[in-house]
Design a protein around this ligand. Structure first.
Ligand code: ADE
Length: 255
């Protein structure tokens, strides 16, 4: 997969050299190309922002440099343009489902903004030629979209074939589609079997795969009920068996 990132802080993306994503790049699975937006600003100060029309606080990123930068990136690739992802707290929520959708694309272009965001005509211009998604990574405001891009590239990159050592790890993720969809993963343990007086739950040492799967599902339901009432409410009742319903009732959530 090819990933282009246009930013006034390309140095922000140094973490993409490290660990899983760094290895994926070394192995040619992920081709990340960074671009300095200011290379397409032509005044002596290389200005990329200006005051907002209509007034208000902060500055807005000018359409000119973005348009030239995006055109230049598009000109270096195939005729089929990339999917463009504009990080913004006002966007649609970034979810595992969206990460999987992006992982199936051949080419992504991220346009992280600083200040109050990018002049909206940029999204209109490229939205007429390709898919442009305005995407938020959570209900909080960051100083810029760069960290949001790091989050998305990591979530997408680990789904690319050959990136994870164990392909099942992605299948079993919290939020991954399947039997455990919308259930949070429960607690995990490793050796030793006893640590500072805390024991590993007996069932995990039993070798009984059926019982272990049932225990994991119980713990996933408990954790989801404890931490994420929104996910619990969204569970498809048809996905719950008799045992699930009994457990939820015990936890105070009669279906
Ligand atoms: N830029 C600033 N805050 C953001 C957020 N929560 N998600 C995506 N981009 C952002």
């Amino acid at each position: 997969m090819r990933v282009d990132i246009i930013s006034i802080f390309p140095e922000y993306f140094a973490p993409l050299d490290v660990s899983l994503i760094g290895k994926a790049r070394e192995r040619g699975i992920l081709d990340v190309r960074l671009h300095q937006l200011r290379d397409w600003a032509h005044d002596v100060h290389r200005t990329v922002d200006d005051t907002p029309y209509g007034g208000g606080p902060g500055m807005v990123m000018k359409p000119g440099p973005w348009g030239e930068a995006i055109d230049a990136v598009l000109a270096t690739g195939p005729a089929e343009p990339p999917r463009i992802i504009v990080p913004t707290p006002s966007g649609v929520p970034f979810t595992q489902r969206l990460a999987m959708e992006y992982a199936a694309e051949p080419w992504l272009l991220f346009t992280p903004a600083r200040y109050e965001g990018i002049d909206s005509r940029v999204m209109a211009e490229y939205g007429a030629r390709t898919r442009v998604d305005e995407v938020g990574i959570g209900d909080y405001v960051l100083a810029g979209g760069e960290v949001a891009v790091l989050v998305m590239v990591e979530a997408v990159g680990r789904l690319l074939p050959g990136v994870l050592g164990n392909a099942r790890s992605a299948v079993d993720d919290s939020f991954a589609p399947g039997a455990m969809e919308n259930l949070l993963e429960g607690p995990v343990y490793t050796k030793p079997p006893e640590w500072r007086g805390h024991e590993v739950p007996e069932v995990l040492l039993s070798g009984h795969h059926g019982k272990i799967a049932r225990w994991r599902r119980d713990e996933a339901l408990r954790r989801t009920a404890g931490n994420r009432l929104d996910l619990l409410a969204a569970l498809d009742p048809a996905s719950l068996d008799e045992h699930d319903r009994r457990l939820l009732k015990e936890l105070g959530f009669p279906s």
